[in-house]
Design a protein around this ligand. Structure first.
Ligand code: TYD
Ligand code: MG
Length: 456
Protein backbone atom coordinates (compact mmCIF):
# COMPACT_ATOMS: atom_id res chain seq x y z
CA UNK A 1 0.00 0.00 0.00
CA UNK A 2 1.30 3.49 -0.81
CA UNK A 3 2.44 5.48 2.18
CA UNK A 4 0.21 8.49 2.87
CA UNK A 5 2.01 11.81 2.51
CA UNK A 6 2.58 13.43 5.86
CA UNK A 7 4.02 16.77 4.85
CA UNK A 8 3.22 19.45 2.32
CA UNK A 9 5.07 22.57 1.23
CA UNK A 10 3.72 26.10 1.49
CA UNK A 11 4.97 29.33 0.01
CA UNK A 12 5.66 31.76 2.86
CA UNK A 13 4.71 34.70 0.66
CA UNK A 14 1.44 33.74 -0.97
CA UNK A 15 0.37 30.51 0.72
CA UNK A 16 0.67 28.38 -2.44
CA UNK A 17 0.50 24.69 -1.55
CA UNK A 18 2.50 21.97 -3.23
CA UNK A 19 3.32 18.35 -2.55
CA UNK A 20 6.99 18.76 -3.40
CA UNK A 21 9.64 21.34 -2.71
CA UNK A 22 10.40 23.93 -5.37
CA UNK A 23 13.05 26.61 -5.56
CA UNK A 24 10.64 29.12 -7.00
CA UNK A 25 6.98 29.47 -6.13
CA UNK A 26 4.97 29.02 -9.35
CA UNK A 27 2.23 31.33 -8.07
CA UNK A 28 4.07 34.44 -6.89
CA UNK A 29 7.45 33.74 -8.55
CA UNK A 30 9.38 34.37 -5.33
CA UNK A 31 12.53 32.34 -4.80
CA UNK A 32 13.27 30.21 -1.79
CA UNK A 33 9.97 30.72 -0.04
CA UNK A 34 8.70 27.13 0.19
CA UNK A 35 8.55 25.72 3.71
CA UNK A 36 7.69 22.21 4.79
CA UNK A 37 4.76 21.69 7.15
CA UNK A 38 2.89 18.64 8.38
CA UNK A 39 -0.19 17.94 6.29
CA UNK A 40 -3.37 18.69 8.19
CA UNK A 41 -6.51 16.80 7.47
CA UNK A 42 -8.82 18.80 5.29
CA UNK A 43 -12.20 19.35 6.85
CA UNK A 44 -15.22 20.93 5.29
CA UNK A 45 -15.84 24.48 6.49
CA UNK A 46 -17.27 24.37 9.96
CA UNK A 47 -20.79 25.55 10.35
CA UNK A 48 -20.42 25.89 14.09
CA UNK A 49 -20.13 29.66 14.01
CA UNK A 50 -22.91 30.38 11.58
CA UNK A 51 -24.95 31.77 14.49
CA UNK A 52 -28.45 32.77 13.52
CA UNK A 53 -27.99 31.94 9.85
CA UNK A 54 -30.10 29.07 8.58
CA UNK A 55 -30.86 27.35 5.31
CA UNK A 56 -33.63 29.79 4.44
CA UNK A 57 -31.14 32.61 4.28
CA UNK A 58 -29.74 30.85 1.23
CA UNK A 59 -32.03 32.78 -1.10
CA UNK A 60 -30.56 35.10 -3.73
CA UNK A 61 -31.84 38.66 -3.26
CA UNK A 62 -31.92 41.89 -5.24
CA UNK A 63 -29.80 44.79 -4.05
CA UNK A 64 -32.93 46.89 -3.39
CA UNK A 65 -33.95 44.41 -0.72
CA UNK A 66 -30.70 44.93 1.16
CA UNK A 67 -30.97 47.68 3.72
CA UNK A 68 -27.87 49.58 4.72
CA UNK A 69 -28.43 51.09 8.09
CA UNK A 70 -26.20 53.92 9.12
CA UNK A 71 -25.96 52.67 12.68
CA UNK A 72 -24.01 49.72 11.32
CA UNK A 73 -20.97 51.89 11.84
CA UNK A 74 -19.65 52.19 15.36
CA UNK A 75 -17.28 54.97 16.29
CA UNK A 76 -14.01 53.85 17.85
CA UNK A 77 -13.84 57.02 19.90
CA UNK A 78 -10.92 58.26 17.85
CA UNK A 79 -11.59 60.49 14.87
CA UNK A 80 -8.18 59.66 13.49
CA UNK A 81 -8.95 55.94 13.45
CA UNK A 82 -12.55 56.37 12.31
CA UNK A 83 -11.36 58.32 9.29
CA UNK A 84 -8.89 55.61 8.29
CA UNK A 85 -11.57 52.95 8.64
CA UNK A 86 -14.04 55.05 6.64
CA UNK A 87 -16.16 56.64 9.41
CA UNK A 88 -16.08 53.93 12.04
CA UNK A 89 -16.06 50.17 12.28
CA UNK A 90 -18.56 48.02 10.43
CA UNK A 91 -20.29 45.26 12.33
CA UNK A 92 -19.12 41.85 11.18
CA UNK A 93 -15.92 43.06 9.59
CA UNK A 94 -12.47 41.59 9.92
CA UNK A 95 -9.72 44.15 10.45
CA UNK A 96 -6.04 43.25 10.33
CA UNK A 97 -3.70 45.66 12.13
CA UNK A 98 -0.06 45.17 11.28
CA UNK A 99 3.07 46.90 12.45
CA UNK A 100 6.57 46.46 13.83
CA UNK A 101 6.95 45.10 17.35
CA UNK A 102 6.64 47.80 19.99
CA UNK A 103 4.98 50.32 17.70
CA UNK A 104 1.82 50.36 19.81
CA UNK A 105 -0.64 47.92 18.22
CA UNK A 106 -1.73 46.39 21.51
CA UNK A 107 -1.96 49.82 23.10
CA UNK A 108 -4.10 51.23 20.30
CA UNK A 109 -6.53 48.34 20.31
CA UNK A 110 -6.76 48.29 24.08
CA UNK A 111 -7.66 51.97 23.98
CA UNK A 112 -10.25 51.29 21.28
CA UNK A 113 -11.72 48.49 23.41
CA UNK A 114 -11.87 50.86 26.34
CA UNK A 115 -13.70 53.47 24.26
CA UNK A 116 -16.14 50.90 22.91
CA UNK A 117 -16.85 49.52 26.37
CA UNK A 118 -17.28 53.08 27.64
CA UNK A 119 -20.00 53.73 25.06
CA UNK A 120 -21.99 50.65 26.02
CA UNK A 121 -20.59 47.97 23.73
CA UNK A 122 -19.52 44.56 24.90
CA UNK A 123 -15.90 43.84 24.03
CA UNK A 124 -13.59 40.85 24.42
CA UNK A 125 -9.81 41.24 24.27
CA UNK A 126 -7.94 37.99 23.70
CA UNK A 127 -4.22 38.01 24.23
CA UNK A 128 -1.90 35.20 23.34
CA UNK A 129 1.21 37.21 24.08
CA UNK A 130 0.76 38.82 27.44
CA UNK A 131 -0.54 37.74 30.81
CA UNK A 132 -3.53 39.38 32.46
CA UNK A 133 -1.12 41.13 34.80
CA UNK A 134 0.77 42.70 31.95
CA UNK A 135 -2.47 43.82 30.35
CA UNK A 136 -3.59 45.33 33.63
CA UNK A 137 -0.33 47.24 33.93
CA UNK A 138 -0.85 48.67 30.49
CA UNK A 139 -4.49 49.46 31.18
CA UNK A 140 -3.45 51.32 34.32
CA UNK A 141 -1.31 53.64 32.26
CA UNK A 142 -4.15 54.35 29.90
CA UNK A 143 -6.83 55.09 32.47
CA UNK A 144 -9.81 53.52 34.19
CA UNK A 145 -11.80 50.94 32.23
CA UNK A 146 -15.56 51.21 32.49
CA UNK A 147 -18.28 49.04 31.05
CA UNK A 148 -18.23 45.53 29.70
CA UNK A 149 -14.65 44.87 28.67
CA UNK A 150 -13.53 41.28 29.16
CA UNK A 151 -10.07 39.79 28.88
CA UNK A 152 -8.91 36.31 28.07
CA UNK A 153 -5.43 34.85 27.78
CA UNK A 154 -5.67 31.94 25.39
CA UNK A 155 -4.09 30.72 22.18
CA UNK A 156 -6.29 27.75 21.33
CA UNK A 157 -8.80 28.95 18.77
CA UNK A 158 -11.32 26.25 19.49
CA UNK A 159 -11.55 27.42 23.09
CA UNK A 160 -11.56 31.02 21.95
CA UNK A 161 -14.49 30.24 19.66
CA UNK A 162 -16.41 28.80 22.60
CA UNK A 163 -15.60 31.80 24.77
CA UNK A 164 -16.84 34.15 22.07
CA UNK A 165 -20.08 32.22 21.79
CA UNK A 166 -20.57 32.43 25.54
CA UNK A 167 -19.70 36.09 25.99
CA UNK A 168 -21.38 37.23 22.74
CA UNK A 169 -19.37 40.44 22.43
CA UNK A 170 -19.83 43.04 19.70
CA UNK A 171 -16.12 43.33 19.08
CA UNK A 172 -13.20 40.99 19.60
CA UNK A 173 -9.48 41.72 19.54
CA UNK A 174 -7.06 38.88 18.79
CA UNK A 175 -3.66 39.97 20.00
CA UNK A 176 -1.40 38.55 17.40
CA UNK A 177 -2.61 35.96 14.97
CA UNK A 178 0.88 34.45 15.02
CA UNK A 179 0.32 33.03 18.51
CA UNK A 180 -3.02 31.38 17.74
CA UNK A 181 -3.39 27.75 16.79
CA UNK A 182 -5.97 25.17 15.88
CA UNK A 183 -5.66 21.72 17.33
CA UNK A 184 -6.63 19.96 14.14
CA UNK A 185 -3.73 21.52 12.24
CA UNK A 186 -0.51 19.86 13.22
CA UNK A 187 1.97 22.60 12.33
CA UNK A 188 3.33 25.11 14.83
CA UNK A 189 1.62 28.43 15.68
CA UNK A 190 2.76 31.17 13.33
CA UNK A 191 3.24 28.80 10.40
CA UNK A 192 1.53 29.42 7.11
CA UNK A 193 -1.22 26.87 7.52
CA UNK A 194 -1.95 27.80 11.14
CA UNK A 195 -2.20 31.50 10.37
CA UNK A 196 -4.39 30.84 7.37
CA UNK A 197 -6.74 28.39 9.06
CA UNK A 198 -6.95 30.48 12.22
CA UNK A 199 -7.96 33.49 10.18
CA UNK A 200 -10.50 31.33 8.45
CA UNK A 201 -12.18 30.53 11.78
CA UNK A 202 -12.13 34.18 12.76
CA UNK A 203 -13.66 35.05 9.41
CA UNK A 204 -16.54 32.67 10.11
CA UNK A 205 -16.99 34.11 13.58
CA UNK A 206 -17.02 37.66 12.23
CA UNK A 207 -19.45 37.03 9.39
CA UNK A 208 -21.60 34.43 11.10
CA UNK A 209 -22.09 36.21 14.40
CA UNK A 210 -21.82 39.80 13.10
CA UNK A 211 -18.90 40.51 15.40
CA UNK A 212 -16.17 42.93 14.47
CA UNK A 213 -12.86 41.13 14.82
CA UNK A 214 -9.58 42.99 15.04
CA UNK A 215 -6.55 40.83 14.31
CA UNK A 216 -3.10 42.01 15.28
CA UNK A 217 -0.36 40.77 12.99
CA UNK A 218 3.38 41.10 13.18
CA UNK A 219 5.38 42.48 10.36
CA UNK A 220 8.43 40.75 8.96
CA UNK A 221 11.74 42.35 8.07
CA UNK A 222 10.53 42.87 4.52
CA UNK A 223 7.66 44.95 5.81
CA UNK A 224 4.75 42.64 5.08
CA UNK A 225 2.44 41.04 7.60
CA UNK A 226 4.09 37.78 8.60
CA UNK A 227 2.35 34.75 7.25
CA UNK A 228 1.01 34.44 3.78
CA UNK A 229 -0.47 37.18 1.65
CA UNK A 230 -3.69 35.21 1.70
CA UNK A 231 -4.27 36.75 5.10
CA UNK A 232 -4.59 40.14 3.45
CA UNK A 233 -7.07 38.74 0.94
CA UNK A 234 -9.26 37.22 3.60
CA UNK A 235 -9.80 40.28 5.77
CA UNK A 236 -11.91 43.35 4.94
CA UNK A 237 -9.47 45.99 6.06
CA UNK A 238 -5.70 46.01 6.44
CA UNK A 239 -4.22 48.75 8.60
CA UNK A 240 -0.55 49.45 9.02
CA UNK A 241 0.74 51.21 12.06
CA UNK A 242 4.06 52.80 11.26
CA UNK A 243 6.49 55.28 12.65
CA UNK A 244 10.08 55.80 13.56
CA UNK A 245 11.16 53.91 16.62
CA UNK A 246 12.70 56.99 18.19
CA UNK A 247 10.01 59.48 17.18
CA UNK A 248 6.96 59.51 19.38
CA UNK A 249 4.25 59.78 16.79
CA UNK A 250 2.73 57.03 14.75
CA UNK A 251 0.90 57.00 11.46
CA UNK A 252 -1.97 54.66 10.81
CA UNK A 253 -2.57 53.83 7.17
CA UNK A 254 -5.15 51.65 5.44
CA UNK A 255 -3.60 49.59 2.66
CA UNK A 256 -6.85 47.79 1.92
CA UNK A 257 -10.33 48.81 2.89
CA UNK A 258 -13.58 47.35 1.67
CA UNK A 259 -15.55 50.06 3.46
CA UNK A 260 -13.69 53.23 2.64
CA UNK A 261 -10.80 54.92 0.95
CA UNK A 262 -7.23 53.78 1.42
CA UNK A 263 -5.72 57.24 1.12
CA UNK A 264 -6.53 58.46 4.59
CA UNK A 265 -4.03 58.47 7.39
CA UNK A 266 -4.46 58.87 11.12
CA UNK A 267 -1.78 60.43 13.28
CA UNK A 268 -1.20 59.44 16.90
CA UNK A 269 1.41 60.32 19.44
CA UNK A 270 2.74 57.83 21.99
CA UNK A 271 2.73 59.44 25.40
CA UNK A 272 3.02 58.34 29.00
CA UNK A 273 -0.72 57.63 29.14
CA UNK A 274 -0.98 55.72 25.90
CA UNK A 275 -1.66 56.97 22.40
CA UNK A 276 -3.13 60.42 21.90
CA UNK A 277 -4.65 61.67 18.68
CA UNK A 278 -2.81 64.38 16.79
CA UNK A 279 -5.64 66.40 15.28
CA UNK A 280 -3.41 68.91 13.55
CA UNK A 281 -0.38 67.10 12.17
CA UNK A 282 0.88 70.17 10.28
CA UNK A 283 1.45 72.13 13.45
CA UNK A 284 3.06 69.09 14.96
CA UNK A 285 5.43 68.43 12.06
CA UNK A 286 6.50 72.06 11.81
CA UNK A 287 7.20 72.56 15.49
CA UNK A 288 10.84 73.11 16.34
CA UNK A 289 11.66 74.43 12.88
CA UNK A 290 14.94 76.34 12.67
CA UNK A 291 14.52 79.99 11.67
CA UNK A 292 16.65 81.38 8.90
CA UNK A 293 18.41 78.14 8.09
CA UNK A 294 19.36 77.46 4.50
CA UNK A 295 18.08 74.30 2.86
CA UNK A 296 14.80 74.17 4.78
CA UNK A 297 11.54 74.64 2.90
CA UNK A 298 7.94 74.11 3.96
CA UNK A 299 5.88 72.06 1.54
CA UNK A 300 2.31 70.86 1.51
CA UNK A 301 1.33 67.30 0.79
CA UNK A 302 -2.18 65.85 0.59
CA UNK A 303 -2.84 62.65 2.46
CA UNK A 304 -6.27 61.39 1.54
CA UNK A 305 -8.41 64.46 1.88
CA UNK A 306 -6.20 66.26 4.31
CA UNK A 307 -3.46 68.77 3.52
CA UNK A 308 -0.40 68.32 5.71
CA UNK A 309 2.39 70.85 5.92
CA UNK A 310 5.87 69.49 6.40
CA UNK A 311 9.42 70.62 6.24
CA UNK A 312 11.74 69.44 3.47
CA UNK A 313 15.39 69.74 4.38
CA UNK A 314 18.38 69.46 2.10
CA UNK A 315 22.08 69.61 2.77
CA UNK A 316 24.35 70.05 -0.20
CA UNK A 317 28.09 69.82 0.47
CA UNK A 318 31.14 69.58 -1.72
CA UNK A 319 32.01 65.96 -2.29
CA UNK A 320 35.36 64.76 -1.03
CA UNK A 321 35.49 61.66 -3.21
CA UNK A 322 35.00 61.25 -6.91
CA UNK A 323 31.52 59.79 -6.43
CA UNK A 324 28.92 62.16 -5.03
CA UNK A 325 26.79 60.69 -2.23
CA UNK A 326 23.04 61.08 -2.22
CA UNK A 327 20.59 60.01 0.42
CA UNK A 328 16.88 60.56 0.81
CA UNK A 329 15.07 59.98 4.09
CA UNK A 330 11.28 60.05 4.06
CA UNK A 331 11.03 60.43 0.31
CA UNK A 332 11.89 58.54 -2.84
CA UNK A 333 15.63 58.28 -3.47
CA UNK A 334 15.28 57.97 -7.22
CA UNK A 335 13.04 60.98 -7.34
CA UNK A 336 15.72 63.05 -5.60
CA UNK A 337 18.31 61.88 -8.13
CA UNK A 338 15.96 62.80 -10.94
CA UNK A 339 15.36 66.28 -9.54
CA UNK A 340 19.09 66.81 -9.18
CA UNK A 341 19.57 65.83 -12.80
CA UNK A 342 16.91 68.38 -13.76
CA UNK A 343 18.79 71.06 -11.80
CA UNK A 344 22.04 70.08 -13.47
CA UNK A 345 20.71 70.00 -17.01
CA UNK A 346 18.04 72.72 -17.02
CA UNK A 347 19.44 75.23 -14.56
CA UNK A 348 23.15 74.52 -15.03
CA UNK A 349 24.04 73.88 -11.40
CA UNK A 350 26.98 71.52 -11.10
CA UNK A 351 25.22 69.11 -8.81
CA UNK A 352 27.53 66.20 -9.65
CA UNK A 353 30.29 67.90 -7.64
CA UNK A 354 28.19 67.91 -4.50
CA UNK A 355 26.93 65.38 -1.99
CA UNK A 356 23.26 65.86 -1.28
CA UNK A 357 21.16 64.70 1.63
CA UNK A 358 17.41 65.19 1.57
CA UNK A 359 15.21 64.63 4.56
CA UNK A 360 11.55 65.08 5.43
CA UNK A 361 11.66 66.36 8.99
CA UNK A 362 9.86 64.41 11.69
CA UNK A 363 10.44 60.94 10.26
CA UNK A 364 7.32 60.82 8.08
CA UNK A 365 7.31 59.27 4.62
CA UNK A 366 5.73 61.27 1.82
CA UNK A 367 6.02 60.37 -1.82
CA UNK A 368 3.67 62.84 -3.43
CA UNK A 369 5.03 64.49 -6.61
CA UNK A 370 3.77 67.82 -5.25
CA UNK A 371 6.87 67.84 -3.03
CA UNK A 372 9.19 68.05 -6.08
CA UNK A 373 9.39 71.82 -6.22
CA UNK A 374 10.08 72.04 -2.49
CA UNK A 375 12.90 69.49 -2.78
CA UNK A 376 14.43 71.39 -5.70
CA UNK A 377 14.27 74.71 -3.88
CA UNK A 378 15.65 73.22 -0.69
CA UNK A 379 18.61 71.87 -2.66
CA UNK A 380 19.25 75.22 -4.32
CA UNK A 381 18.86 77.07 -1.02
CA UNK A 382 21.42 74.82 0.62
CA UNK A 383 23.78 75.00 -2.36
CA UNK A 384 23.77 78.80 -2.29
CA UNK A 385 23.56 78.88 1.49
CA UNK A 386 20.63 81.29 1.33
CA UNK A 387 17.63 80.72 3.57
CA UNK A 388 14.16 80.70 2.06
CA UNK A 389 11.55 82.97 3.63
CA UNK A 390 10.24 80.88 6.54
CA UNK A 391 6.71 82.25 5.98
CA UNK A 392 6.53 80.84 2.46
CA UNK A 393 5.17 77.46 1.44
CA UNK A 394 6.02 75.72 -1.79
CA UNK A 395 4.39 72.96 -3.79
CA UNK A 396 4.32 71.74 -7.39
CA UNK A 397 5.35 68.79 -9.50
CA UNK A 398 8.55 69.16 -11.52
CA UNK A 399 8.74 67.63 -15.00
CA UNK A 400 11.86 66.42 -16.76
CA UNK A 401 12.27 69.60 -18.78
CA UNK A 402 12.17 71.68 -15.65
CA UNK A 403 8.55 72.75 -16.02
CA UNK A 404 6.35 73.08 -12.95
CA UNK A 405 3.15 71.10 -13.41
CA UNK A 406 -0.25 71.28 -11.80
CA UNK A 407 -1.06 69.42 -8.61
CA UNK A 408 -4.44 68.40 -7.26
CA UNK A 409 -6.35 70.28 -4.55
CA UNK A 410 -4.15 73.38 -4.73
CA UNK A 411 -6.75 75.55 -3.04
CA UNK A 412 -6.95 73.30 0.01
CA UNK A 413 -3.18 73.42 0.39
CA UNK A 414 -3.19 77.21 0.29
CA UNK A 415 -5.99 77.37 2.87
CA UNK A 416 -4.10 75.10 5.23
CA UNK A 417 -1.02 77.31 4.89
CA UNK A 418 -3.04 80.46 5.51
CA UNK A 419 -4.56 78.85 8.60
CA UNK A 420 -1.10 78.29 10.04
CA UNK A 421 0.00 81.87 9.42
CA UNK A 422 2.03 81.55 6.22
CA UNK A 423 2.29 84.75 4.20
CA UNK A 424 3.27 83.64 0.74
CA UNK A 425 3.00 80.60 -1.47
CA UNK A 426 4.89 79.47 -4.57
CA UNK A 427 2.70 77.21 -6.68
CA UNK A 428 2.34 76.07 -10.29
CA UNK A 429 1.14 78.85 -12.63
CA UNK A 430 -1.50 76.49 -14.08
CA UNK A 431 -3.15 76.20 -10.67
CA UNK A 432 -3.53 79.99 -10.45
CA UNK A 433 -6.41 80.12 -12.94
CA UNK A 434 -8.89 78.26 -10.75
CA UNK A 435 -7.61 79.75 -7.51
CA UNK A 436 -9.57 82.36 -5.60
CA UNK A 437 -7.60 84.93 -3.63
CA UNK A 438 -7.08 83.74 -0.07
CA UNK A 439 -6.87 86.35 2.69
CA UNK A 440 -3.47 87.02 4.16
CA UNK A 441 -1.39 85.00 1.74
CA UNK A 442 0.33 86.19 -1.43
CA UNK A 443 0.35 83.71 -4.31
CA UNK A 444 3.18 83.45 -6.82
CA UNK A 445 2.56 81.22 -9.82
CA UNK A 446 5.63 79.76 -11.53
CA UNK A 447 5.93 78.01 -14.88
CA UNK A 448 9.33 76.42 -14.46
CA UNK A 449 12.05 75.76 -11.94
CA UNK A 450 14.12 78.75 -13.02
CA UNK A 451 11.27 81.16 -12.27
CA UNK A 452 10.85 79.60 -8.84
CA UNK A 453 14.55 79.90 -8.05
CA UNK A 454 14.39 83.55 -9.13
CA UNK A 455 11.62 84.14 -6.58
CA UNK A 456 13.42 82.89 -3.53
P1 TYD B 1 2.70 47.92 22.49
O1 TYD B 1 1.28 48.31 22.33
O2 TYD B 1 3.01 46.85 23.46
O3 TYD B 1 3.33 47.49 21.09
P2 TYD B 1 2.99 46.27 20.13
O4 TYD B 1 1.78 45.60 20.62
O5 TYD B 1 2.82 46.92 18.76
O6 TYD B 1 4.18 45.40 20.14
O7 TYD B 1 3.48 49.26 22.83
C1 TYD B 1 4.74 49.19 23.21
C2 TYD B 1 5.46 50.50 23.44
O8 TYD B 1 4.68 51.62 23.76
C3 TYD B 1 6.35 50.22 24.60
O9 TYD B 1 7.67 50.38 24.15
C4 TYD B 1 5.96 51.21 25.63
C5 TYD B 1 5.20 52.26 24.91
N1 TYD B 1 4.12 52.82 25.73
C6 TYD B 1 4.17 54.16 26.10
O10 TYD B 1 5.11 54.89 25.79
N2 TYD B 1 3.13 54.69 26.83
C7 TYD B 1 2.06 53.94 27.19
O11 TYD B 1 1.15 54.44 27.85
C8 TYD B 1 2.02 52.57 26.80
C9 TYD B 1 0.88 51.69 27.20
C10 TYD B 1 3.06 52.05 26.07
MG1 MG C 1 1.60 43.69 21.45
Amino acid sequence: MAKAKTTVFFCKECGYESSKWMGQCPACREWNTMVEEPAGKKEPLQQAFSGGRNRQALRPVKLEEVSIEEQDRISTGYQELDRVLGSGIVAGSLVLAGGDPGIGKSTLLLQVCRNLAGTGHKVLYISGEESLKQIKLRANRIGPVLGELFFLCETNLDLIGQAIQEVKPEAVVIDSIQTMYREDISSAPGSVSQVRESTNILLQIAKGMEITVFIIGHVTKEGVVAGPRVLEHMVDTVLYFEGERNASYRILRAVKNRFGSTNEIGVFEMQEQGLQEVKNPSEYLLSGRPEEASGAVVACSIEGTRPILLEVQALVAQTSFGMARRTAAGTDYNRVNLLMAVLEKRCHYEMSRYDAYVNIAGGVRMNEPALDLAIVLALVSSLKDRPVNPKCIIFGEVGLSGEVRAVSLAEQRVHEAAKLGFESCILPQVCMGKMKQVDGIALYGVRNVREAIGLI
